[in-house]
Design a binder for this molecule. Structure first.
Ligand code: NAP
Ligand code: MG
Length: 401
């Protein structure tokens, strides 16, 4: 068989622990037999990040910017315990945070849907993709406690030193609390660009919701930025693609989401996205079936699984035990990246291969061959789930390609 040829390399970011083990198996068993794989490899494993003073993470992010498409394995974000465990020079920052800062992107999380793993909300038939604005708001706020009799004011000083003062609250009868948070129009615009781009890419409707009726300047600015960008730049393309942009108040959106059958992108402000993504992921069944893609406003893509390095399984693996770790989301990170590379370089065979690999992975589970986490929630009248170990599951997919 002739292997599918690639033109531009994929930026490949290797990672840690159990997902690093899966990464190698996926490449060897599911991809390299069919694709003449061309990657620019960056080892983001914690040891190498420490060895390079974390420069490798920045280099990988820069490479994503240069080539446009990257695929990333889950990585450890070190805490005090990891600093000891790996004898690190420093408590390095989250690689995902570093990559996001370089690419300035929005993260889209989408569940993989298979028959037998049914969402907790029975009307959901298609994925609901959550887009979370990952800048500002309560995550970069300033908070204070205020004593009784005190007063909190909002002071805005312009470049020439002119001050505008607004009273927030006078704490005449009780002590209390106050917080200040911010956002920038540039960041909101980047967020909106990424959302419109991703909607066009995936040919899905885009929903956006805030609390603009109550927050008449803050949230309303989000609404206005989205509306203006849609009218001036994306409306025609949306009409041609047969998709729509829909804005509604967040309470109304929540009610509609629960009643919907899915199949759209739901864009949310930072805090709303934090909360709603956990709700949606849980309701779709399993974190191990959740994929994630970072899309930058200038059109760079970084694909990964939403879950972590599955540490508990890795320690078993190190003890020589067989693990049954689910590789679906990591496989879909690879197929997402290969398909995008195929689209950008005009290699139809590469896109078709990505489709086939995804279909084979879904069929494997639907025919009853799956990892332990899925077997525990699999429901079917005529298929009895068989639990496979990590490698057996990947080989079962290979048989079906
Ligand atoms: P995790 O790796 O997602 O695992 C949490 C638990 O969820 C696992 O112990 C396992 O449950 C289950 N699970 C997750 N993925 C699974 C899979 N593919 N197959 C089967 N079961 C799966 O989260 P964590 O334990 O909180 O974090 C571990 C490390 O990952 C940390 O060092 C953290 O910094 C890192 N992390 C990285 C990323 C990223 O790179 N994007 C994201 C999150 C966390 P059972 O043990 O019950 O089987
Ligand atoms: Mg959360």
């Amino acid at each position: 068989m002739n292997k599918i040829k690639m033109i531009t390399p994929l930026v490949e970011m290797d990672g840690d622990e159990m997902t690093r083990i899966l990464w190698k198996l996926i490449k060897e068993i599911l991809i390299e037999p069919y694709v003449d794989l061309k990657t620019e490899y960056y080892d983001l494993g914690l040891e190498n990040r420490d060895l390079t003073d974390d420069k490798v993470t920045v280099q990988a992010a820069e490479a994503c910017k240069k080539y446009g498409v990257g695929v990333k394995c889950a990585t450890i974000t070190p805490n005090a315990q990891r600093v000891k465990e790996y004898n690190l020079k420093s408590m390095w920052k989250s690689p995902n945070g570093t990559i996001r800062a370089v690419l300035d992107g929005t993260v889209f999380r989408a569940p993989i849907i298979v028959k037998g793993i049914e969402p907790l909300i029975p009307s959901w038939k298609k994925p609901i993709i959550i887009a979370r604005h990952a800048y500002g708001d309560v995550y970069k706020d300033v908070e204070a406690a205020v004593v009784k009799g005190g007063k909190a004011e909002l002071v805005i000083t312009d470049e020439s030193g002119n001050k505008e003062v607004k009273e927030i609250f006078s704490y005449k009868n009780s002590e209390g609390i106050v917080l200040g948070m911010h956002n920038t129009s540039a960041s909101i615009k980047s967020f909106a660009e990424s959302c419109f781009k991703y909607a066009l890419d995936s040919k899905k409707d885009l929903w956006f919701s805030t609390k603009d009726t109550i927050s008449k300047t803050y949230d309303h600015t989000f609404k206005d930025v989205f509306a203006e960008l849609y009218e001036t730049k994306y409306k025609k393309a949306f009409q041609e693609a047969g998709i729509s942009y829909f804005y509604t108040l967040i309470d109304d959106a929540v009610a509609r989401v629960v009643r919907s059958e899915g199949g759209y992108i739901w864009a949310l402000k930072n805090y709303d996205g934090d909360v709603m993504s956990d709700m949606v992921a849980t309701a779709f069944g399993s974190l191990a079936m959740m994929t994630s893609v970072l899309v930058s406003p200038d059109g760079n893509y970084e694909f990964e699984a939403a879950h972590g390095t599955v540490t508990r399984h890795y320690y078993k693996y190190l003890d020589g035990e067989k693990t049954s770790t689910n590789s679906m989301a990591t496989i879909f990170a690879w197929t997402g990246a290969l398909r995008k590379r195929g689209e950008l370089d005009g290699i139809n065979e590469l896109c078709a291969f990505a489709d086939k690999l995804e279909a084979a992975a879904i069929r494997t589970v639907e025919q009853g061959c799956m990892t332990k986490d899925l077997a525990a929630i699999f429901k079917s009248d005529d298929v009895n789930p068989v639990v496979l170990d990590s490698e057996e599951f990947i080989r079962a997919i290979a048989e079906r390609i």
